[in-house]
Design a binder for this molecule. Structure first.
Ligand SMILES: [Zn+2]
Length: 153
């Protein structure tokens, strides 16, 4: 009983602190996709690590959606797309720059948003949790809509 009550309090605290400025129809607790990882603390955080601050995101090279070769052109400097070291995996993304600092974040994964599970079998779909029992897929199959992350193995 005590355990249960503590959980409810946690949920409320999260929803007030982490979701401020947004209007949500129902109380939602943080989902797996809301968490980022701090390599130094070896721990997960939301928004900002208490010890190391906000994450450093590496921006994609800017390319309009609809460009036929968009996915490859969005690749940030220092990375390359070439055959994966994983057998039968096709292409992969390689780090060509040896001086990338620890803890960089890349992404997010881009593509066409899909809501039906039946349409999610392209092999490039990323399942995103939007809330309790609420999901969507980001499909990276179409290279004119996806970004380079479709090749990350
Ligand atoms: Zn940290």
């Amino acid at each position: 009983m005590l355990e249960l009550r503590r959980k409810e309090t946690e949920v409320k605290r999260y929803s007030v602190r982490e979701r401020k400025g947004h209007v949500y129809q129902e109380v939602s607790e943080p989902q797996d996709d809301d968490y980022l990882y701090c390599e130094e603390c070896q721990n997960f955080f939301i928004d900002s690590c208490a010890a190391h601050g906000p994450p450093t995101f590496v921006k994609d090279s800017a390319v309009e959606k609809g460009h036929a070769n968009r996915s490859a052109l969005t690749l940030p400097p220092g990375l390359s797309i070439r055959p994966s070291g994983i057998p039968e995996a096709g292409l992969g993304v390689w780090n060509e720059a040896s001086d990338l600092p620890l803890g960089l974040h890349f992404g997010p994964y881009e593509g066409q948003i899909i809501y039906n599970e039946e349409d999610s079998h392209s092999g490039y779909c990323w399942l995103v949790t939007k809330g309790r029992n609420s999901y969507e897929y980001v499909d990276g199959k179409d290279t004119s809509l996806a970004n380079w992350m479709r090749w990350v193995q």
